[in-house]
Design a binder for this molecule. Structure first.
Ligand code: NAD
Ligand code: ZN
Length: 375
């Protein structure tokens, strides 16, 4: 198995010849309760003609709900309901792209992802693969996409991942779990309607929210931090503390967490995540543990790296009566543990951010094993 090692993510030029990264941002965003009802107006000028559909990829948790009736589906548009039970796979992207290309004589006018990180990432990946030849797995990595993607819109229905602002779409491929990181990945339009996150189950709200909190802690404590990342990370952390440690109305919390997610995503755009994410990738690859809960499972044991963050995290767990699963790694075979460790160690930029260029003197396979064994 290959885990892509990539140091181009680092944003601080170390030599005179290196350049600061010039990354894309979401060019258009609508924010507001009920703004979902503006979607039809937003999409209208993007429609090429009646034979070029809008493809809506919607989390199947919304099947039979009013949200489906509010989708502005006209002409030959298609609504595709997709389960978020499992994280997106390259193969799933390829199948959906093939289906869309076979069904329509024209390229779609747009792809709209409605759901959590899973649906947002699928929408990004499908928009890319509609205009780029081959399989999605070929593009997992950094800046491998050649052609501009189809117009794509992200509409989060759960807050935390920052997938709505990032330039990556994280996919499980046959050989690796890695993002398609490119300038064409970022959404052309995002619609932030806090009302859409009503109904998220409490435990899931916590896990995905903690993804955001951990983004902030890892970004703010990383060696790649600069004023750009810090300004977003600090705002996001402040909002996370308000949401998870204070007593606000549910409406307030929905609005604040949606903006915390956005700022958290902006913070890591120009820095990087750290120890919890590196190790969570190992859990995801070997055991299929999902991103949010995987981060929590690791983070609880990282006092040595993030003492203040872990102390806040424990308070948040307590306040919301969240009990994390135990013995997740207890039945792993020796070879599974080795794979998990090698996936985690392969996340070089994350370690460099967390611990600096001499990270290998701290992070050894034995060290990671001792942490995984506690999970
Ligand atoms: P998710 O999309 O996996 O959804 C989690 C659960 O919440 C699902 O069961 C879903 O059906 C449910 N759900 C979503 N909205 C709901 C609503 N309004 N009401 C009721 N239930 C609802 O969750 P996530 O944590 O947002 O996303 C995780 C994914 O995001 C992973 O695949 C991860 O790799 C990816 N990710 C991507 C980035 C990025 O920058 N691209 C960053 C972090 C994570
Ligand atoms: Zn994350």
């Amino acid at each position: 198995m290959e885990v892509k090692k990539e140091i181009a993510l680092k944003n601080i030029p170390t030599k005179a010849s290196e350049q600061y990264r010039n990354f894309p941002m979401v060019p258009r965003v609508v924010y507001g309760k009920g703004s979902f009802d503006q979607l039809g107006d937003i999409l209208m000028p993007k429609r090429k003609h009646s034979e070029a559909p809008m493809i809506y990829l919607v989390d199947d948790v919304f099947e039979g709900t009013d949200l489906i009736n509010r989708i502005p589906s006209i002409f030959c548009d298609q609504i595709i309901l997709i389960s978020a039970e499992e994280e997106p796979k390259t193969e799933q992207v390829d199948t959906l792209v093939k289906m869309i290309l076979e069904k329509y004589s024209e390229l779609p006018s747009g792809v709209i992802g409605i759901g959590g990180g899973t649906l947002l990432d699928l929408a990004k990946a499908i928009a890319i693969m509609l205009t780029n030849k081959g399989d999605a797995a070929q593009y997992q990595g950094w800046d491998l996409v050649n052609n501009r993607s189809v117009y794509h819109v992200g509409i989060p229905t759960i807050s935390g991942t920052g997938a709505e602002v990032s330039r990556t779409t994280v996919l499980m491929g046959p050989e690796k779990k890695l993002g398609i990181n490119s300038d064409y990945t970022t959404f052309d339009q995002v619609l932030l309607d806090p009302d859409l996150t009503k109904g998220v189950p409490k435990v899931q709200w916590f896990y995905t929210g903690m993804d955001c909190f951990i983004h902030c802690i890892e970004s703010l404590n990383g060696t790649f931090l600069n004023a750009f990342s810090k300004s977003y990370g600090e705002k996001s952390l402040e909002l996370c503390k308000e949401v998870f440690l204070e007593n606000n109305s549910e409406t307030d919390n929905r609005e604040k967490l949606m903006m915390a997610s956005w700022h958290g995503g902006m913070s890591i755009a120009y820095s990087q995540v750290g120890v919890a994410h590196a190790m969570s990738y190992g859990l995801g690859f070997v055991l299929g543990v999902k991103h949010g809960i995987g981060n929590c499972l690791v983070f609880q044991h990282l006092e040595e790296f993030y003492p203040e963050g872990v102390s806040l995290f424990n308070k948040m767990l307590d306040k919301h009566n969240i009990v994390l699963p135990t013995e997740v790694c207890s039945r792993l075979s020796v070879s599974e543990m080795d794979i998990m460790i090698s996936v985690a160690i392969g996340m070089v930029p994350l370690w460099e951010n967390a611990l600096g260029e001499h990270w290998k003197s701290v992070i050894t396979p034995e060290k990671l094993k001792s942490i995984y064994k506690k999970i």
